[in-house]
Write a protein that binds this ligand. Structure first.
Ligand code: ATP
Ligand code: MG
Length: 309
């Protein structure tokens, strides 16, 4: 089971859109996919569920917030399996397309933001040893939780919020790989560098603590799978020159940049959130939209090759 986080500190760069389409295309290619929505904005959750469906999940305590709540309120380890739900619409579509793959989801909650703040107050202790042990326990929660479903899925896609709070760090610690969607603009290079540095520092700290706590903690190696440029404006079959400069700059910095870009198209992507089935599975597309769907498929080809999926 490969675990892949989709992450960037910057908001609105296409993390959720990429997560939904990547998960859907991998499912179409006969993989059993689990999506974990860790963003309190819950956009990914709402791209698969309607509001009343989510309200039922909330009433049934089936969101990631309830899982962290069990830990915070009762120091109880609720099974992650209790949260997993199967969105009908996309899975019916997959069946209709003769795929044997599937999509399950662990939904997010708008109040996850409070959970993050409360988790921060739990981290600490009076001695180096208690600080280390509370850090390892808190930051490895998602990693441990996902061990329960190790044999149930081929791939887990984790959609991260635009921050590096404790829940986001849980995602990185749980992940084998991470993907960085980025817009080709001036802040990209700086933002990507900063993100990678923070992830590297977290890895060093975690492994250092794991070392000094003895053999029971597994080391982590979250590895960058690459940068995917999103919302790219194409002219004459290539990104417009200002965007090309930023893409080249990121490549020169040594990051693996995906060959294929996610093109800018508000009409196509804006309708997906309340649609229930992501663009990549929309078989009725024509003309330019068909080209964009093909680009999404090419991106998934690259992910599969790079991730060994
Ligand atoms: N390639 C694209 N072209 C045009 N619009 C897009 C594209 N990809 C995503 N969008 C739109 O841009 C907005 C932001 O996208 P998305 O929610 O995927 O970003 P995000 O990085 O997850 O944002 P956040 O940081 O808020 O979680 C959405 O309205 C989405 O529909
Ligand atoms: Mg998002």
């Amino acid at each position: 089971m490969k675990k892949i986080s989709i992450i960037n500190y910057k908001g609105g760069v296409g993390k959720t859109t990429l997560s939904a389409n990547l998960a859907s295309e991998l499912a179409f290619r006969n993989n059993r996919v689990l999506i974990v929505d860790l963003d309190p904005q819950a956009n990914l959750t709402f791209s698969f569920f309607k509001l009343p469906e989510w309200q039922q999940l909330d009433a049934d305590s089936k969101t990631i917030k309830h899982w962290y709540d069990a830990f915070l309120d009762e120091d109880r380890d609720m099974s992650l399996k209790e949260l997993i739900v199967t969105p009908d619409k996309v899975n019916n579509k997959l069946k209709a397309m003769n795929s044997t793959g599937s999509i399950d989801i662990i939904s997010s909650h708008l109040e996850l933001i409070n959970v993050d703040m409360e988790l921060a107050t739990r981290y600490g202790g009076n001695s180096d040893r208690t600080i280390r042990s509370s850090f390892l326990r808190l930051f490895s929660r998602l990693q441990n939780g996902l061990r329960e479903v190790e044999d149930d899925y081929d791939v887990v896609i984790i959609d991260c919020p635009p921050n590096f709070n404790i829940v986001t760090q849980n995602a990185i610690i749980a992940s084998d790989l991470y993907l960085v969607p980025a817009r080709p603009d001036v802040l990209s290079t700086i933002g990507i560098d900063q993100l990678v540095r923070h992830i590297d520092a977290l890895t060093v700290k975690y492994n250092d603590y794991a070392d000094s706590a003895g053999g029971s903690w597994e080391k982590i190696t979250p590895t960058i799978l690459g940068v995917i440029f999103t919302m790219v404006s194409i002219y004459d079959q290539q990104p417009i020159s200002t965007q090309r400069e930023f893409i080249t700059q990121v490549r020169r910095s040594g990051y693996s940049v995906f060959r294929t870009y996610m093109r800018d198209n508000k009409t196509l992507f804006a309708k997906s959130p309340d649609y229930g089935v992501p663009v990549v599975l929309d078989v009725d597309l024509t003309g330019i939209y068909l080209d964009i769907r093909k680009e999404l498929e090419d991106i998934v080809d690259e992910v599969q090759t790079k991730a060994g999926l």
